[in-house]
Design a protein around this ligand. Structure first.
Ligand SMILES: *Cc1c(COP(=O)(O)O)cnc(C)c1O
Length: 352
């Protein structure tokens, strides 16, 4: 039986990527040494770093105005690092759930935080879009996809300040209007690679403008100057992310990914909407294409459904502990067959 991985993160990776990564662990360089045991200054790894940088630039259409960094400490470290490096006076935040709440709390240590909109009172079941930004604001922080509650921003706002965006759970799922962004960060382990590295894309002209002292390792300029190799970078997670980028190119790039992601999500949401037992938990226009959140009208049957689905190879459907219910994470690497299987499982359970 095929097992399909619906976990939210760490999450599914393409099989072809896992196979190549396995080989690289056994033998990678010209001497047959493993990728896990060779110097990050050697040419094999320097070449991996350069290739990954180029692939990301090509996929996202980045100009030389932007630096691409591979950092550690997770997306959670970017909550404070982004503010430490960019916040002079005031940052605007749209509070759309767990991750934005954590992010704005950290930013508050470095300046004023202006929560311009929040869907907290509606349990974060929609994505607020009606707000304005005060003129003395340094940047607007958004969480493009809310992994826990299952909402996603489907078009980025036109604002007069750079957007700082946590794209941890939808990076590379679609093309983005890069010129709107000052900084993008994404923990790799949702839609981009394995746990262990965080992708950061930053517009270089925004750096070096704050007065505060920044520890060397927490200053983006350190990593820009040294191409993410100021200290030992997370070599293996970067390599696997490179393989994912190559796979994305083979799939036809981000335009094609978006098309596939829309098709997969539509299949699943339709099955939920047409069922008698299940309902989607978020506003229709803000439904995430990555994390499909749903519940059973009879909540007591939630565990039965999750066990039933697991018996048929659909693994990892339990909702985040803070919201309960079910969540099917259908990132880039989830094949259409996996979603079709889950749709069958939903229909079968519904008919029982
Ligand atoms: C998972 C997640 C995070 C936290 O990532 P870590 O790498 O565990 O720190 C932050 N933001 C979003 C949107 C996430 O999905």
């Amino acid at each position: 039986m095929n097992a399909y991985n619906f976990y939210a993160g760490p999450a599914i990776l393409p099989k072809a990527v896992l196979n190549k990564a396995t080989e690289a662990c056994k033998s990678f360089d010209e001497f047959g040494l493993s990728i896990l045991e060779i110097s990050h200054r050697g040419k094999a790894i320097v070449s991996v770093m350069e290739k990954t940088d180029k692939l990301i630039r090509d996929l996202l259409g980045l100009s030389d105005d932007y630096a691409v960094l591979f950092l550690t400490g997770g997306a959670s470290s970017q909550f404070f690092m982004s503010a430490m490096n960019l916040l002079k006076n005031k940052a605007a935040f749209v509070d759309t759930g767990t991750w934005s709440t954590k992010s704005l709390k950290e930013a508050g240590q470095f300046g004023e935080v202006d929560i311009v909109a929040s869907s907290k009172n509606d349990n974060y079941t929609h994505f607020p879009k009606d707000y304005s930004i005060a003129p003395d604001t340094d940047y607007l922080h958004l969480t493009s996809n809310n992994t826990v509650c299952g909402t996603q921003l489907h078009s980025f706002p036109d604002v007069d300040v750079p957007i700082v965006c946590d794209m941890s759970s939808d990076i590379m799922s679609r093309p983005i209007p890069i010129e709107k962004f000052g900084l993008i960060y994404a923990g790799a382990q949702k839609n981009f690679g394995p746990a262990g590295t965080t992708l950061v894309i930053v517009r270089k002209d925004l750096l070096g403008k704050v007065d505060r002292a920044i520890p060397t390792m927490l200053d983006y300029q350190t990593h820009v100057a040294k191409n993410s190799a100021f200290n030992t970078p997370p070599v293996f997670p970067i390599y696997v992310s490179m393989l994912v980028c190559e796979w994305l190119v083979e799939q036809g790039g981000l335009v094609e990914m978006e098309k596939k992601n829309k098709e997969k999500a539509a299949l699943l949401y339709t099955a939920i909407d047409e069922s008698n037992s299940f309902y989607g938990t978020t506003a229709l226009e803000d439904r995430s294409l990555m994390n499909v959140t749903f519940k059973l009208h009879d909540e007591d049957k939630t565990d039965d459904f999750i066990a039933f689905a697991q018996d048929q190879g659909c693994i990892g459907l339990k909702g985040h502990r803070s919201v309960g219910g079910c969540r099917a994470s259908i990132y880039n690497a989830m094949p259409r067959e996996g979603v079709v299987k889950l749709v069958e499982v939903i229909k079968e359970f519904d008919n029982k």
